[in-house]
Ligand binder design. Structure first.
Ligand SMILES: Cc1ncc(COP(=O)(O)O)c(C=O)c1O
Length: 384
């Protein structure tokens, strides 16, 4: 099902005015006292809420089919606030084994301080979620497609396992965007985004969001967020709001180019395997087809030459850029083993499915043939 797209601004013109105030004049001390205990008043103090940020939040809630959204100053601001809302001292978490690195670190480095244990499951294994939940599991956390392995989680399976023990479900939908996947339709309680990526879409803003299926979870996350303080500024909210206007168009063209590039890579002898849900050869292609409306513009591939070839490839591209982050209009490549997943231990990298020769690609809006030529040349340079 395609998202109902509320891409038009409400009023007064094609763009809404930006409200830069950090604080607002109050009608009375009584009103100040009421706002101080209110949830997300839109014109009290910008960490509590802001009309420009609220406009973005309402569009995001609409795109994801949720009750309410909270925009944050980064994706991790949303992820940390939502996770810390969902668990208490001594609880158990079940999470996918392939996650964005800082998210993995919340589960492996931060939550253990509070006696919270996480069981990581291979999302590709049928029944893995059901087998891993326990009576004390309070959170089931998924990222699908996962960064950078592109592993897909069966959303219905994860939701059913979580519901069997009364756990909250959170899904990082950054890679797919609401154009290609709407996890709330599968029963997910909270959808997370790094809005730095496809939602903003132009690599010029750092932002995040959580969209909740029901108002109750929003209220609880907002309470934690208010204390942690990862607020989004109104100018950044404006940039994300502007980016959203072209999200479906960008996604469509970038996904088409990703499909062509993946098919090209699949035929190269120097490439061991291509991870792209749109390929017939992708082991979870049928599942991706079932729960996604499109396969997106992220892919990864493994070079036969291992660590050295991966590093050489990302340094040899010319049209693509060697850089972290993703989801913008320029094609970006990176080598997780030597870069983003460097902070993990060897064992953690193995569990996360990060091989030595893995290269991650965020496909942009360049001409598909130009990109294919660029990759062809860089693969040959990396194999020498
Ligand atoms: C899947 C995913 N989730 C979350 C994040 C974190 O987002 P941010 O950098 O906006 O905090 C990233 C960043 O790359 C990501 O790729």
């Amino acid at each position: 099902m395609r998202p109902r797209s509320r891409l038009r601004a409400k009023e007064p013109g094609p763009t809404d005015p930006r409200v830069a105030s950090s604080t607002w004049a109050l009608a009375s001390a009584r009103q100040g006292a009421d706002f101080a205990v209110d949830t997300a008043p839109p014109a009290y103090y910008t960490r509590w809420g802001n009309p420009t940020v609220r406009e973005l939040e309402d569009v995001l809630a609409d795109l994801e089919g949720g009750a309410r959204a909270l925009a944050t100053g980064s994706g991790m601001g949303a992820i940390a606030s939502a996770i810390l809302t969902s668990v208490d001292r001594g609880d158990h978490v079940v999470a996918g084994s392939s996650l964005y690195t800082a998210t993995t670190e919340i589960f492996t480095r931060l939550l253990p301080r509070f006696g919270i244990e996480t069981t990581f499951v291979d999302p590709r294994r049928r029944g893995a979620w059901k087998e891993s939940v326990r009576s004390d599991t309070r959170l089931v956390y998924v990222e699908t497609p996962a960064n950078p392995t592109m592993m897909i989680t069966d959303l219905s399976e994860a939701v059913s396992a979580a519901r069997s023990v009364g756990a909250t479900t959170l899904a990082d939908n950054t890679f797919a965007s609401p154009v290609n996947q709407r996890p709330i339709e599968f029963g997910i309680d909270g959808v997370l985004h790094s809005a730095t990526k496809y939602l903003g879409g132009h690599s010029d803003v750092v932002a995040g969001a959580v969209v909740t299926a029901k108002r109750g979870l929003f209220d609880r996350i907002w309470f934690v967020y208010k204390m942690l303080g990862p607020a989004l500024g109104p100018f950044e909210a404006f940039l994300v709001r502007r980016g959203l206007k072209t999200l479906p168009l960008r996604m469509e063209v970038q996904s088409r180019t990703a499909q062509s590039l993946a098919e090209f890579l699949e035929d190269r002898r120097a490439v061991r395997v291509v991870h792209y849900p749109g390929l017939q050869s992708f082991p979870q292609h049928a599942l991706a087809r079932k729960q996604m409306n499109g396969f997106g513009a992220m892919l990864s591939f493994e070079l036969n030459g291992g660590y050295r070839a991966g590093k050489r490839f990302v340094e040899a591209v010319d049209i693509a850029t060697l850089a972290v982050s993703l989801g913008g209009t320029e094609t970006l490549v990176q080598h997780p083993a030597s870069m983003t997943h460097g902070p993990l231990t060897d064992q953690e990298r193995r569990v996360s499915g990060i091989s030595e020769g893995l290269v991650r690609v965020s496909v942009g809006l360049e001409d598909a043939d130009d990109l294919i030529d660029d990759f062809d040349r860089a693969i040959r340079a990396a194999s020498r």
